[in-house]
Design a protein around this ligand. Structure first.
Ligand code: C2E
Ligand code: MG
Ligand code: MG
Ligand code: MG
Length: 283
């Protein structure tokens, strides 16, 4: 394609490609060390009750404080970690750190709330999944009631029975399970009945067109109605405006996550946010 567009384009295309290749190569070798060198950090994004606006949980979102490239968002290194077989150790670090942080907050008197941790498909498939979750809870002393695991629709494609078996076991221990990015994957609706989930997170791509695209609004309404029938709680992701919030509240969406309330925050700022918005009796 670029070749056909003429010599200059070909040159630019090639340099860009080389740059990407180099970035992947050097980031890849750095990533191995980053996990040991404590360069990963967790930000936390509040999840808010749609009616009371109190924080009911926080989602842990990993960032990489790279020594020369600065703070890198997960999109820059999670796919690389998956490719290089580093996602399991990375995910275990996230689990341990998220549980440690939430338990520390609970011990300084924060009202009980959940911390949500994203699981990659490879982590679910891996034989260490249950052990690493149990180890993170044990090491931190966090109650399983305070841990939520987020999975995406796509993990069910490979070995669905094995994955479902493990998740069912974790849920029986009191951990909450959420289906992340709902509506963007490949799973069929029939999986919703089979999967041991408590919550569904409506993807931002639907939420962003509230007030703009009637068909996105219909999909959200239908999803909410279905979840209410199935007894699933719904979290709306990527809520940025008062109009989106009002629409979701009117359609009985219970939990809101998005920039309208807060971006993902470093731990100290997240703690401040929770304390400022907590009901008085809890502080
Ligand atoms: P996700 O789990 O769907 O997380 C929500 C993403 O949406 C976060 O991006 C968050 O910052 C962003 N977001 C939240 N509210 C808004 C909003 O109102 N507007 C906009 N424009 N964006 C919003 P982030 O932190 O860059 O994470 C991206 C993805 O990286 C996550 O999507 C998740 O799939 C993955 N990820 C993050 N941390 C981890 C981790 O520890 N393990 C794994 N396996 N994946 C992770
Ligand atoms: Mg998530
Ligand atoms: Mg999501
Ligand atoms: Mg996502």
């Amino acid at each position: 394609q670029a070749k056909d567009a003429g010599k200059n384009c070909y040159y630019i295309y090639d340099v860009e490609k080389d740059h990407q290749r180099f970035e992947r190569f050097s980031l890849g070798s750095d990533l191995r060390k980053a996990i040991q060198n404590d360069e990963l950090v967790l930000y936390y994004q509040p999840q808010v009750d749609a009616v009371t606006h109190h924080v009911v949980g926080v989602e842990a979102l990993v960032r990489w404080q790279h020594p020369s490239a600065g703070l890198l968002p997960p999109d820059r290194f999670i796919p690389l970690a998956e490719e290089l077989d580093l996602i399991v150790p990375l995910g275990e670090w996230v689990l341990r750190e998220a549980c440690r942080q939430m338990q520390a907050w609970i011990e300084v008197g924060l009202p009980d709330m959940k911390v949500s941790v994203n699981l990659a498909g490879q982590q679910i498939a891996h034989e260490r999944l249950i052990k690493s979750v149990e180890e993170a809870l044990e090491a931190s002393g966090l109650s399983p009631d305070c841990l939520e695991l987020e999975v995406t629709e796509n993990f069910v494609i490979r070995q669905p029975e094995v994955a479902i078996g493990k998740l069912t076991y974790l849920r029986e221990q009191g951990i909450t399970l959420a289906m992340d990015d709902f509506g963007t994957g490949y799973s069929s609706l029939s999986y919703l009945k089979k999967l041991p989930i408590d919550r569904l997170k409506i993807d931002r791509s639907f939420v962003k067109d509230i007030g703009i695209d009637r068909s996105d609004e219909s999909i959200i309404k239908a999803t909410l109605a279905m979840c209410h029938t199935l007894g699933l709680e719904v979290v709306a992701e990527g809520v940025e405006t008062a109009e989106q919030l009002a629409f979701l509240k009117d359609n009985s969406c219970q939990i809101i996550q998005g920039y309208y309330f807060s971006k993902p925050l470093p731990p100290e700022e997240c703690l401040q946010y929770v304390l400022q918005t907590a009901p008085l009796k809890d502080i």
